[in-house]
Design a binder for this molecule. Sequence first.
Ligand code: COA
Length: 322
Amino acid sequence: MSIRIAGTGGALPEKKVTNDMIAQMVDTSDEWIRERTGIGSRFVSTGETVASLVARACSLALERAGREAEEVELLLVATCTPEDALPCMACQVQEKIGAKEAVAFDLNAACAGFLFALHTAWAYVESGIYQNALVAGGEVLSKMIDWQDRGTCVLFGDGAGAVLVEKCADGGILSFVQHSDGNRGAVLSCGARPIANPYFTGASQERYVRMDGREVFSFALRQVPAAIEEALAKARLAVEDVDVFVLHQANRRIIEGISRRLGADLEKFPMNLEQVGNTSSAAIPLLLDMLYREGRIRSGQVVVLSGFGAGLTYGACVMRIN
Ligand code: COA
């Protein structure tokens, strides 16, 4: 028993922000950003929320799967940028799309969040608890970015993606691996609402994303190929058997480095980061949605998903499309 993707959806805010627009705010250039990251533009919220973006992506995924919202049994939203602490984003999405029979909750594993949520859905369906799940990743990272910090503000974008997964007898997800390394959390961090009560006298927390870019870069180059090889070995497949690698869209140079380390043709690593930047937990489902709509993911193909991010968290999943 496994799960297959029955439908995908994606949603972006209306406002497109080009590299040139960012170069008017901080000391950077289109040339620098493209050369170091591959990013050309990103979409930034002018009022869209995680819940509104995820709800749009979920409705599209349901429509493409030919399913009604009332049929959804589990609704998972991966996000590290919820607007509200309560209620969770998944419950807000549930209300917006009318998935009134679903059990809904959030999960935060930063840029690996969608992958970890997909694994959670797989575990629920495999164990027979639910028959299907809407799994989404959505972020409004622009509210956590220090727009004066050129080392981070050029990288991230807002958006959401979702997949409807359902139980299947053959194919679908073949293997999964997940890892977390909390010892290295400081290399990519962001404070949330600080402790503020009459008894607390400590210092206030950092409110914006802070990152050691080089550390993140080398972590991704080391751990992602290893996780992909581990997941492929579990599925008794080799790198050569893979048709498409759907990787977290952080940086073109990271993806090129991973393809080299795996010895796999870069053609097999589709990217959309040039248009949307790094959308954290939305990156993998947004790219999946684009690839399904363009017919670049087809029945019978072996597809690898792999994500990595703050935590540090990372993982990989092997699927046979059906
Ligand atoms: N424009 C122009 N110059 C910039 C810049 C920008 N946007 N950001 C940093 N620089 C400068 C630095 O200040 C530094 O200048 P200095 O030499 O005078 O001190 C110089 O460029 C080199 O900085 P460095 O950090 O070594 O650059 P880099 O080649 O490592 O590229 C990143 C920086 C952030 C693009 C790169 O480290 C990266 O992509 N890391 C991974 C980040 C990531 O993907 N995070 C999310 C993971 S989910």
